[in-house]
Design a binder for this molecule. Sequence first.
Ligand code: NAG
Ligand code: NAG
Ligand code: NAG
Ligand code: NAG
Ligand code: NAG
Ligand code: NAG
Ligand code: NAG
Length: 458
Amino acid sequence: MLRYSLLCLAQAFFLPIIHAQQQIALNSVLPFSSSSVVSIPASSNSLAISVALCSSPSNQPHFLFTNNTKIGTPTEADLGNPDVFEIVVTDGIGNWMGYATNGGLLAATVVGSVAYEIAVSTSDPIHQYLIQQYPLLGDSTSNQVLLFSPVFQNISTVTPSYPNYSLPSSQSPFSSPLPSLNPRFNLTLVPTSTSSPALTSLPRSACALATIKSTGTVVNQTYWLKDQAGWRSRLFIEGLTPQTNYTVYITQDGTKVSGPMYFVTKSAGFNCPLVNSLPYCPSVSWAVPLPQPPQGIYDASNLPPTISDPLQQYIANFTAMLLTFACGRDIYSPMQTCADCQREYRHWLCTVSFPRCGEPSSSTQAALIQRDTTSSPRNVNFPQAQSAYTELLPCLETCYATVRACPSFLGLQCPTNQFNARASYGVGYIDSADGYKEGGGSPGAAHDRYGNFWCNDG
Ligand SMILES: *[C@@H]1O[C@H](CO)[C@@H](O)[C@H](O)[C@H]1NC(C)=O
Ligand SMILES: *[C@@H]1O[C@H](CO)[C@@H](O)[C@H](O)[C@H]1NC(C)=O
Ligand SMILES: *[C@@H]1O[C@H](CO)[C@@H](O)[C@H](O)[C@H]1NC(C)=O
Ligand SMILES: *[C@@H]1O[C@H](CO)[C@@H](O)[C@H](O)[C@H]1NC(C)=O
Ligand SMILES: *[C@@H]1O[C@H](CO)[C@@H](O)[C@H](O)[C@H]1NC(C)=O
Ligand SMILES: *[C@@H]1O[C@H](CO)[C@@H](O)[C@H](O)[C@H]1NC(C)=O
Ligand SMILES: *[C@@H]1O[C@H](CO)[C@@H](O)[C@H](O)[C@H]1NC(C)=O
């Protein structure tokens, strides 16, 4: 009896707790909920080992890794060894990048229970914050919002050449039908006021964000080329509350995190519907002064042809005129090509052809102009507005970008600050009001990730 209990004590006090080693495959993710030892395969590629906490730990877990197989399971006592590394977790995510040509062991020590993930990649860390790549706000109404993920796949642009200098069609600037990658995007969208407890108490990893219940319903999610920066996921959300501040995170493949981004919904009386997904104007994703469509929001299938047909004709006619120049043979600028000119013209035309409804805010002095039912619409192909609205003017820089990109024989001109530019454009927000100091305006941008828009840059 005595011998038996002594043996138990000996086991409890002197023998280390041995966890079965678990093998992880390269480029995969494993979930855990208690202490573990994970064996990392040998690889001649550089490796990125990452960890993510999926719930709030009562005590900070420790992650130790060694790429020296002679060391065995690394412990705190091995930390002086140059082949033993601590993976420090910040805001729920940590990683180690280097070589483990003979493989290695990762020891995770947790007290109590905490959900976490371990991943090994032969390229970028699988768990990561997309630094400086915030979700983009298209626009909001009183209860809907259009959002875009950061770019997940670049597009390659082919520069046309003389004598067969062809430009994208008026119907679409992009020929790519679908991205080759197929990432899964998930959204975390919560009112900012109540988000604070949920978001501050949880780690900000994708697996932790997935446990937060989002407000609203994602009614449509597609991949979209908003501009030549590349493919994004476009999300259309309904069921929000008027005049409410929201916080947004977008996660990619359950491991990459983008955010936080903020926006505010419009007041209950805001009645401009959203328009989006127009192949000929891919950047347009905002609220316009049109009657509410019978269902859903405006896209290529239900936008009145009285608006879309002339717009595409303008692009086609402009392109035909541009091509009378010997594009690709003669040069009109060391910096710009006919392709740049057509792209900027389309961007400008789409921005001014779809007047953007806005709403005054207490915190920002935006380029807003009051329009009533008797104002003639900025785009003559738009019907007379049925009710008064506030227009957020295009940024003057979208006009100047077109003039700069195009040959002078086209005779394009923008209004100047002295000659009434402020009646039709937002002036001095991106560049200084005299136009000479690039980025020298106040605030130096058209919009920010706090949901503020100063002028419409398309
Ligand atoms: C272990 O990692 C260190 C630091 O990155 C590196 O210098 C060393 O070559 C690696 N050892 C092996 C066996 O890959
Ligand atoms: C796309 O290209 C830009 C600039 O070349 C680069 O900074 C960015 O990381 C690329 N994005 C992706 C998803 O490949
Ligand atoms: C000109 O280029 C376009 C697009 O690159 C191609 O489809 C067409 O066949 C080319 N035409 C000639 C005559 O080479
Ligand atoms: C989602 O939007 C696209 C583009 O506007 C449209 O073609 C598609 O029908 C929509 N899907 C749903 C389920 O509404
Ligand atoms: C939204 O947040 C901003 C900035 O914190 C604040 O000034 C504003 O009052 C909030 N708006 C609403 C409707 O809560
Ligand atoms: C995204 O959310 C859905 C529904 O909440 C969930 O079933 C799915 O596992 C999530 N996917 C990722 C990649 O997080
Ligand atoms: C485009 O050009 C055609 C032919 O010259 C002309 O009939 C049409 O009115 C033009 N369209 C616009 C919108 O200017």
